[in-house]
Design a protein around this ligand. Structure first.
Ligand code: ADP
Length: 156
């Protein structure tokens, strides 16, 4: 069984993330969405909320599990016997960072492959940081985030 890790801050999980994990769920037997505990970025939702929201959004994907994680991704991957790391690619601007990260992870854990899933056309512009910015300015993000996230935003 090939276990894959899909790491990220998911603050908040967007329709772009969901699209990537849905498509990846057809490629791998088991996927662990690994939600970074200690986000260096400004947090919209804390770790508990981010995990709960990712779980609520992926409830229909039976081979997707959501877990918080801290520390080095490759150590988390080894601990869970994962041999694939999933990352989404939106634009060339993502490429340089992702390329360096995948090379570093290869050095640290040669048994794992990073697999890139290209963003769906309609979500190429979509990022959690932009969603946060629109939320901060009280704009409408209803077409950009899954229903559980929208509900959580409305309850804030
Ligand atoms: P990080 O803080 O590690 O960048 P994010 O939560 O922002 O984590 O993103 C996690 C992964 O999902 C990254 O590989 C990112 O490129 C990808 N991703 C984010 N938004 C989209 C999108 N709209 N389409 C495809 N992939 C995306």
């Amino acid at each position: 069984m090939v276990v894959a890790i899909y790491p990220g801050s998911f603050d908040p999980i967007t329709k772009g993330h969901l699209d990537v994990v849905k498509r990846a769920s057809h490629l791998f037997e088991h996927i662990i969405m690994a939600v970074v505990e200690d986000s260096t970025k400004h947090e919209l939702f804390d770790i508990k909320q981010r995990v709960a929201l990712a779980k609520a959004c992926t409830i229909d994907l039976k081979n997707v599990e959501v877990m918080p994680f801290d520390g080095l991704l490759v150590e988390f991957a080894k601990k869970h016997n994962a041999t694939a790391i999933i990352r989404g690619l939106r634009a060339i601007s993502d490429f340089e960072y992702e390329f360096k990260m995948s090379q570093m992870n290869k050095v640290l854990y040669p048994e794992a492959e990073t697999v890139f899933v290209m963003s769906a056309l309609e979500y190429t512009f979509l990022s959690s940081s932009l969603v946060k910015e629109v939320v901060r300015l009280e704009g409408d993000v209803s077409t950009l985030v899954p229903a559980p996230v929208l509900k959580a935003l409305n309850n804030r």
